[in-house]
Design a protein around this ligand. Structure first.
Ligand code: ZN
Length: 128
């Protein structure tokens, strides 16, 4: 499980969840101690997508989101990671897993409010 240096609040929790899932997947499927380059690239990509998500901290879970921001290739990789690691998360990281399952039940705002992406807030803070 990793934490991000740039993501705030709930987005960082989401990054912890996704990074834990990628780690489980890589360890069992690519048989490495640390992340293989391919999975590291996917994790970096996930961090950038979270940073730029227009919903910011109100982000719905990715599978309930009306915006599909992943490119086809990482999207497919992530689908495999989720399918493999999803059930295993309950054992390894139960709090993160349950939190994620609960947020899947929340109703999704079809349109994000303007200027609430992590990136926007982060860059604005730096200007002050
Ligand atoms: Zn890997």
């Amino acid at each position: 499980m990793k934490t991000s240096d740039i993501l705030l609040g709930k987005l960082n929790t989401e990054f912890k969840t996704v990074s834990a899932m990628i780690e489980i997947y890589c360890k069992k499927n690519h048989h490495t101690h640390s992340l293989c380059p391919e999975c590291q690239t996917l994790m970096d990509y996930a961090e950038i997508r979270l940073d730029r998500c227009p919903y910011g901290e109100n982000k719905p879970t990715c599978n309930t989101c009306p915006i599909h921001c992943y490119k086809p290739e990482p999207k497919e990789q992530m689908r495999l990671v989720m399918r493999f690691s999803g059930p295993r998360m309950l054992l390894k990281h139960p709090i993160l897993a349950i939190r994620h399952l609960l947020s899947e039940k929340r109703t999704v705002n079809p349109k994000p409010s303007p200027h609430c992406s992590n990136r926007h807030i982060r860059l604005q803070k730096r200007e002050k």
